[in-house]
Design a binder for this molecule. Sequence first.
Ligand SMILES: C[S@@+](CC[C@H](N)C(=O)[O-])C[C@H]1O[C@@H](n2cnc3c(N)ncnc32)[C@H](O)[C@@H]1O
Length: 366
Amino acid sequence: MSDPSPLEKEIRRLIAVGGPMPIARYMSLCLTHPQHGYYVTRDPFGAGGDFTTAPEVSQIFGELLGLWALSVWRMMGEPDAVNLIELGPGRGTMMRDALRAAKVLPKFRQALSVHLVEISPALESLQRHNLGDADVPLTWHRHLIEVPEGPAIILANEYLDALPVHQVVKQADGWHERVIGLNANGDFALGLAPDALPQFDRFMPRKIKEAPVGAIFEWRNDIHAFDIARQVRGGGAALLIDYGHVESDVGETLQSVNEHAFADPLSAPGMADLTAHVDFQIFGQAAASMGAVVQGPVTQAKFLRELGIDARAEALRRGATPEQAANITAAVTRLTEGGRTGMGEMFKVIAICDPKLGALPGFVPA
Ligand SMILES: C[S@@+](CC[C@H](N)C(=O)[O-])C[C@H]1O[C@@H](n2cnc3c(N)ncnc32)[C@H](O)[C@@H]1O
């Protein structure tokens, strides 16, 4: 057996000192530990990395989001200054493509201050490099609450799924936090906190309240939805794209991905990506409780089609070689197709906005 990594040693130490830890704490350490976290130590994107995201599949994705932001800015009454915020910008590809598309309206570009919320110094460096020639003010933050107040448009792709998730398991006396401890061999092992969480399901949807003993439910801290709703309260909108379920449900979705393959979440902490599906119902309810209006979720396929992905692909193909044209078609298929390999149905798009705004592009009822 190979020597444990520094992060594994650190997690063992924390468990030895404080006892078994909630899965959310383990996930947070694995992904964002300041020295050894997965996102802090590497660039995980693309064919040579662990996974590929929509902005890395095609430039059209970021371009359409840039045009979406432009339309929202118009609906906001074209304020002279607007914060364009991206949460978890990865390589910076989506923002680069969005800013290029925004060039169609110089007045919009001039109004922009771009704020990138990125926990990883390594990815921040990559974003600085990739956005180096953007002629708009760029500022980096570790947390959304550090972004100045003011009219805001927020974009986030595959950000929520990377945020720590708790698991609870239904027992006869209520819901118990699932924790990670050490078994007799000294290996990481799942267990349950001894006491039920008081009144855990009091405000939960009926499906969760009525779940059978043994059911697992995953939840995230509402603070993420609260922060986003607060940021758009002064006029503005947030657009979040992620995989997940439209209605809250029981089930375990925590997964570990390494080199485009699934791995055991408890093995090699910090060396693989850990994610869990987004519960859009709970997320939307939390945002709405802060006075924001929720639009969607709709599928990524529907959203991109309404924003004109097919016309944009056709325009790009006109100036392309046959090989490039085939790549454009394949990329659009990947972004919009259903099933297990396509992103079109699995990924959903939700908007959180100021109540003064009407139906946002991509969410207009048929
Ligand atoms: C799955 S990647 C998605 C990257 C990019 N949006 C894309 O679609 O290619 C998640 C991104 O969120 C960042 N991230 C993860 N946890 C974060 C946190 N708690 N606060 C801020 N950024 C975080 C990661 O470093 C990374 O940039």
